[in-house]
Design a binder for this molecule. Sequence first.
Ligand SMILES: Cc1cc2nc3c(=O)[nH]c(=O)nc-3n(C[C@H](O)[C@H](O)[C@H](O)COP(=O)(O)OP(=O)(O)OC[C@H]3O[C@@H](n4cnc5c(N)ncnc54)[C@H](O)[C@@H]3O)c2cc1C
Length: 488
Amino acid sequence: MKHIVVIGGGVGGVSAASRLAARGFSVDLFEAGPRTGGKMNVVEFDGCLFDTGPTLLTMPFVLDDFFREMKSSLASELNLRAVDPACRYLWSDGTSMDIPFDVNQIPDAIATISEHDGVAFTSWINHAKEVYDLTKDTFIFAPFDGFGEFFKRRNLPLLPHIHRLRTLTSFHRHNSSYFHDRRILQFADRFATYNGSNPYEAPATLMVIPWVEFGFGAWYPQGGMARVAEAMTSAGQRHGLRVHTSTAVRKIVVTGQKVRGVELADGSFVAADHVISNVDVTTTRRDLVGESIRPPRTPSLAGFVILASVDGTHDLPHHTVLFSDDYQKEFHQLFTQRTYADDPTIYISRSCVTDSALAPEGRENWFILVNAPALPTTSEPLTDPHFAERYGERIFARLRQAGLKVNIRSVRYRTAVDMEREWNSPYGSLYGAASNSPLSAFLRPRQQSTRLSNLWYVGGSAHPGGGIPLVTVSGGLAADLITSMELS
Ligand SMILES: Cc1cc2nc3c(=O)[nH]c(=O)nc-3n(C[C@H](O)[C@H](O)[C@H](O)COP(=O)(O)OP(=O)(O)OC[C@H]3O[C@@H](n4cnc5c(N)ncnc54)[C@H](O)[C@@H]3O)c2cc1C
């Protein structure tokens, strides 16, 4: 029986490891941290449970595919709840807009701000759906060959429609061609940040992101996001997957053009026929293989996260976004000046709204995220122990200005430095390289290493990209490629 080692128990790693175990391979997964889940994890304090990374689940059918391969189903593993409204959007002029879960009701919600844009939403989202349907089997659900894809017979039907992808138009320009009101435009542009990109530079092809949220819905699992990784891990274990937590891999051992196995932090050697790395691709190649490589030109955004247990109950839905007054300036600061924005857009998730068991009665679990520049930044040093408190205070001041008074009981901050250290994510980036250029999708590392034929990459920095559904897919693609290689 072929033996496979998976390095890292993020969702991408667990997806690959579990599927291969279910197909009869002998699989060992080594995770440096105390639990699987990686960025999708949980912190508990003051009686509240907090998500550490993802707070929103989209494309649930991807998880259903995974669990079906595990001889189970999404419905029997997780209790997913529809989040309705999907999100409340607030502006400093007092405007408030609730976007409903049901895509058919969104035009009316937008029309409360701009009648024209309410009508425009339907054409905008239909265009996005068309592009998703055209591209999903090439850019998401199949192994990707970079520019080689253009020469494949199966992609020929895409060619007459290629102009609809608007690859050479920025996402912001594309959105401006539909929406007139600056607030609705800001709402549309925000979806570029779902993979840590800049809406003023990223290609309009990112329009598929809002379609995915509105078309397939915004969901939350009962018990918190980390339940997803837990359920995926248990499913793999039922098929014989061996999970070794608190066990870091120090090195990938290579002879010639082949990987022979891995060396663990305690110096022991584990032989493998294939090694799958769920660690960021740049870190894998540079630190684990020892290659001298150049990092991605534009890392995706990092995050500044505040976890706060808050007294009282607030009249807010599960997800709220308070927009900055000057979005263009915010992205200029984040990407060009590589500094923290002085007027950041603030995202708040209070999962206790959807699952009351996540906080004691009369208390709320606030997860606050603002976009942060990838490291190194030109801001004051993040290692300054008071930086997080100072920046946090600025965010709370903005919330107070918007009428959101928060009575904090206990608070914890997580900066890009923590994210880099904790998840081994270079620059603290949340999603590997940003998709700020039309070529980004083509340059994203594919599953199989181009140099070492039995080394594979899965997770947010590899094809097809970041976010829970996509990293789950990346694990599935690696598992399929290894299976077909071994069976041929
Ligand atoms: C703040 C934040 C908010 C987000 N919001 C959302 C959201 O709402 N919806 C969504 O879909 N996505 C969201 N994401 C993105 C999503 O969380 C990630 O894309 C996804 O979880 C990444 O999974 P991964 O497979 O790349 O592995 P990662 O989560 O990056 O995990 C990699 C694992 O490898 C381990 N590791 C690293 N080095 C070693 C080593 N040498 N040996 C052993 N183990 C090692 C790490 O400990 C880690 O557990 C968010 C991310 C963050 C941080």
